[in-house]
Design a protein around this ligand. Structure first.
Ligand SMILES: C[C@@]1(CC(=O)O)C2=NC(=C\c3[nH]c(c(CCC(=O)O)c3CC(=O)O)Cc3[nH]c(c(CC(=O)O)c3CCC(=O)O)/C=C3\N/C(=C\2)[C@@H](CCC(=O)O)[C@]3(C)CC(=O)O)/[C@H]1CCC(=O)O
Ligand SMILES: NC(=O)c1ccc[n+]([C@@H]2O[C@H](COP(=O)([O-])OP(=O)(O)OC[C@H]3O[C@@H](n4cnc5c(N)ncnc54)[C@H](O)[C@@H]3O)[C@@H](O)[C@H]2O)c1
Length: 198
């Protein structure tokens, strides 16, 4: 079973083997999470040349996986993908094998990111198409305005945690904040910055 968790990828090395559309989709997604992405492949689709990743035009060799925090095998060769999986398990590197969930230590859910709001959907590999369809529905329901909304919630939460000493009161305020709209939330932040509680 795959356990959902959030991994800190700040400045971590992610290595992707393969340069097709699957590798590109994964590379592009990782870039949203502030890590160093290296892609090794015998060919690259043109989209790779306009994103901020290190491209190495070569066949897979295990040397390329050294010092990787995460590895994605997305070549069109089942054999190469299996070799990558074997190297990773022998060397305790977490890997995702794009054509074999059973060889994967982690799988990539479909997700949307609105600043610090991240919503992920997985079907445990039963239907990536359904995960993608639900992601598209979420994109409509949770628009870019959520970026600011969550950021303000974070500001207010810090103020409440600093200034409110009663545990139940703290919980009540934090739970109720999410029912306010953006404008009400901005006003509340101002109120709390000026130290008035209600
Ligand atoms: C979510 C998403 C994230 C991403 O890749 O970034 C993702 N697949 C996406 C799309 C997609 N993938 C496929 C189709 C064609 C329709 C179909 O086959 O169903 C479509 C639809 C499309 O293209 O629109 C084919 C496919 N996928 C896998 C296999 C191999 C296998 O089943 O073993 C094959 C057959 C390959 C073949 O036959 O050659 C395996 C995996 N795909 C996963 C993730 C993991 C499980 C996620 C989950 O929990 O459900 C897992 C297990 C491993 C992994 O990749 O991490 C991304 C949607 C992004 C978005 O749009 O939001
Ligand atoms: N997980 C998913 O979401 C998903 C979705 C569709 C397909 N797949 C699987 O992912 C894999 C890749 O799919 P794609 O559509 O991107 O394929 P693709 O054929 O477009 O790309 C494959 C890439 O692998 C590279 N490659 C092949 N052999 C290599 C080697 N020895 N060393 C380095 N690079 C090598 C090729 O140059 C090419 O860039 C396939 O196995 C496919 O079945 C996974």
């Amino acid at each position: 079973m795959f356990y959902p968790m959030m991994i800190n990828l700040d400045n971590k090395n992610v290595t992707i083997i393969g340069g097709g559309k699957v590798a590109f989709r994964k590379a592009n997604k990782f870039l949203e999470f502030n890590c160093n992405v290296k892609v090794v492949s015998t060919s690259f689709i043109k989209e790779f040349y306009s994103i901020d990743v290190k491209l190495i035009n070569d066949e897979y060799r295990s040397d390329y996986l050294k010092k990787s925090f995460l590895v994605i095998a997305a070549t069109s060769s089942k054999k190469v993908n299996e070799d990558i999986s074997n190297y990773c398990s022998e060397n305790n590197i977490m890997c995702n094998i794009a054509d074999d969930i059973n060889l994967s230590d982690f799988i990539v859910p479909s997700s949307i990111k609105r600043g610090d709001l991240v919503i992920s959907v997985s079907t445990m590999g039963k239907s990536p198409s359904l995960a993608s369809k639900i992601r598209k529905e979420l994109e409509i329901n949770y628009g870019i305005e959520y970026e600011e909304y969550v950021s303000i919630l974070g500001d207010i939460r810090n103020l409440v945690l600093q200034r409110c000493t009663d545990k139940d009161e703290k919980k009540r305020i934090l739970n109720e904040l999410v029912n306010l709209n953006l404008e009400e939330l901005k006003k509340r932040r101002l109120d709390y910055e000026n130290n008035s509680w209600n």
